[in-house]
Design a protein. Structure first.
Lengths: 155, 78
């Protein structure tokens, strides 16, 4: 069984059937075409999008409906074709597609944020993914995850 | 500056922007620029920069704190 060195979880076994193809990579990482999704019980509900080619490259993703239960993704005809999804109708999150936002750790002043303007969308059946940049999105590329709350030490 | 369809303007000596079409709230632009200048939608540029930031390894403690927060039950509505 092939092994992969991961950024967060050491060495893991994987099978070819668990590999997702990203034909265009991700903006800024156009040469990264193959990823696996990792999940660990202690990091639920986060998903880890680990590059197969670069062990140090792993994006942390937040399922979009966890970020906002009312989120609607809008895929145009080109997006649907690129993802090998049926034309003419929007796919259902959780059934046809996985839709998740890339998390950024932020810095001292800015807490963690998620890019809800450009979610990662994956065709679950065909295992093809891409980052879909939404035009006219009401969401920010830096949507705070810890909305309205301050990080305070546990009392 | 106000421009109508068919009119154009320049930025410096090498870049020309022409308003090709105005339809409702959408404006179609034609841009002539040297090959060395990348022309991308702002959302794409912002996402590229955000991805590069997000790709930096996140501290395990920060991940644990984030998970902890996500599991915290939502505050009950009064």
């Amino acid at each position: 069984m092939p092994q992969i060195r991961t950024a967060y979880f050491g060495e893991l076994d994987y099978t070819d059937g668990t590999v997702f193809q990203f034909p265009y990579g991700l903006p800024g990482f156009e040469r990264e075409h193959a990823f696996v999704f990792l999940q660990q019980p202690h990091t639920q509900p986060l998903l880890f999008l680990q590059s197969l080619g670069s062990s140090h490259l792993c994006f942390i993703l937040l399922p979009i409906l966890v970020a906002d239960a009312n989120y609607r993704v809008n895929l145009d005809a080109e997006d649907l074709a690129a993802l090998h999804l049926a034309p003419g109708r929007q796919p259902r999150i959780g059934e046809d597609i996985l839709c998740a936002a890339i998390v950024s750790a932020g810095d001292g002043e800015r807490g963690p944020t998620a890019n809800l303007m450009a979610p990662v969308v994956v065709n679950l059946k065909e295992q093809i993914g891409m980052q879909v940049i939404q035009t006219d999105s009401p969401y920010s590329h830096r949507q705070p995850i810890l909305a309205g709350e301050e990080l305070a030490p546990c009392s | 500056m106000k421009r109508r369809a068919g009119e154009s303007f320049t930025i410096g000596d090498e870049i020309e922007v022409e308003v090709l079409e105005v339809a409702g709230s959408r404006v179609k632009l034609g841009i002539v620029a040297p090959e060395s200048i990348a022309i991308v939608r702002k959302e794409a540029r912002v996402t590229r920069e955000e991805n590069i930031t997000a790709a930096r390894p996140m501290d395990p403690e920060a991940i644990a704190a984030l998970v902890h927060h996500l599991w915290r039950p939502a505050k009950t509505q009064p």
